[in-house]
Design a protein around this ligand. Structure first.
Ligand code: HEC
Ligand code: HEC
Length: 333
């Protein structure tokens, strides 16, 4: 992707300001010479710096990755499709216009109140959408490694979490994606503009992961299995790498959550299950709702998504895992 118009404007500005700098330098009047040269010289430098940032950004946006594609043949048994349908709840908040199936894609940048950085869609994942003619291996690579069919790094897609997904689970997910009823049109291609490319130097939205290879899920109902679900669902995106809690960073991103290593020892399994089943906290309150300018609303703590994406056994395994963590001092209580 490239923004020819934007980059051309910058180049023209550099030439014009550069020319004005030379003109001012040749001026006879001293004040005009110094003031004019300083001002237009500065503008030339700023435009040149922006051009360099923009070109660096476009270089990043267009970088290609040639992770191998594994050939798989997915049988799509009813159990597999049911498991995939459950895991697909993790995709709903981004890959739907609201927060409900089907995964017909969303205008992601608009939905999540992005500044005008260009077009960014979370693509339509139903059989009438963008991935319809991709191989299963290509879709698996996109999910777990954040690389699209042509080897382009995907943006935002939480592949750093999905790389933990077992071969079985990711295949079930693809079986489900293929089995959904077709809904909507293919979504437009991701296309960052000049501003988006410059912005890439501040926040790198790329998510590409090294090749994943084979992943086996840990045995069910163990703390290791709980950790598996915590990693795949992405609790750490909001609660911190060590689940030690996070503070608002001032950068675009999901809402920061509290320190689970200190909170969880105070909760019983029953309280944990009640929270995920009903959204009610042990004290009786509920978590606040996040409302975006686009009108999209979601619970700050996406308990409904977590509930829908996990079985009872999986929720209990997560609880067990969270109880094995030693409390660490985090930025939040
Ligand atoms: C936090 C938001 C978010 C979540 C959650 C998310 N995705 Fe994505 N996904 C994106 C965005 C944004 C893109 C497009 C990125 C780009 O074009 O650079 C994308 C791209 C993809 C692609 C590439 C499709 C194409 O046509 O290029 C696939 C496949 C995909 N996602 C599958 C999934 C699946 C399956 C899940 C759930 C398990 C999921 N995503 C969850 C944001 C998300
Ligand atoms: C999108 C961000 C996000 C994700 C993902 C997320 N959380 Fe949270 N979580 C929050 C926020 C924000 C709060 C605090 C809500 C509030 O202000 O009360 C919270 C609160 C909680 C609470 C209640 C604590 C309390 O007293 O408020 C629990 C328990 C919890 N999260 C567990 C989890 C687990 C387990 C996962 C993964 C399966 C997870 N969270 C994933 C953002 C998130």
């Amino acid at each position: 992707m490239f923004d020819i118009a934007g980059v051309t404007i910058l180049v023209v500005l550099i030439v014009v300001f550069g020319f004005l700098t030379l003109r001012a330098w040749k001026a006879k009047r001293r004040w005009l010479k110094w003031m004019g040269a300083l001002l237009s010289g500065l503008l030339t430098l700023v435009s040149a710096a922006l051009l360099i940032l923009a070109l660096t950004g476009f270089y990043k946006l267009n970088q290609h990755f040639d992770n191998p594609i594994t050939e798989v043949s997915i049988t799509a048994s009813p159990q597999q499709i049911a498991r995939g349908a459950q895991l697909a709840n993790i995709c709903v908040s981004c890959h739907t216009p609201g927060s409900q199936m089907p995964l017909s894609g969303s205008n992601f940048a608009a939905k999540f109140d992005f500044p005008p950085l260009g077009a960014l869609y979370a693509p339509n994942l139903t059989p009438s959408g963008n991935i319809a003619d991709w191989t299963d291996g290509e879709v698996i690579r996109a999910i777990r490694e954040g690389v699209d069919r042509n080897g382009r790094f995907l943006l935002i897609m939480p592949s750093a979490n999905f790389r933990h997904m077992s071969d079985e689970d990711v295949q079930a997910l693809v079986a489900y994606l293929r089995s959904q009823p077709a809904a909507g049109e293919p979504t437009p291609d991701t296309q960052f503009n000049l501003l988006g490319a410059i912005f890439m130097n501040l926040v790198d939205f790329r998510v590409a992961q090294p090749p994943v290879g084979h992943v086996a899920a840990p045995s069910a109902e163990t703390p290791a299995y709980g950790k598996y679900m915590v990693d795949v669902i992405g609790c750490r995106d909001c609660h911190g790498d060590q689940l030690q809690g996070k503070l608002a960073s001032g950068q675009p991103g999901p809402p920061p959550g509290p320190n689970l290593t200190q909170l969880m020892p105070q909760w019983t399994e029953e309280e944990f299950m009640t929270f995920f089943n009903t959204g009610t906290l042990p004290g009786g309150g509920t978590v606040p709702i996040l409302t975006l300018k686009s009108g999209f609303t979601e619970s700050k703590m996406p308990w409904e998504m977590v509930r829908a994406a996990s079985t009872d056994e999986e929720l209990k395994a997560m609880f067990t895992y969270l109880h094995t963590l030693s409390p660490v001092q985090g930025p939040t209580p």
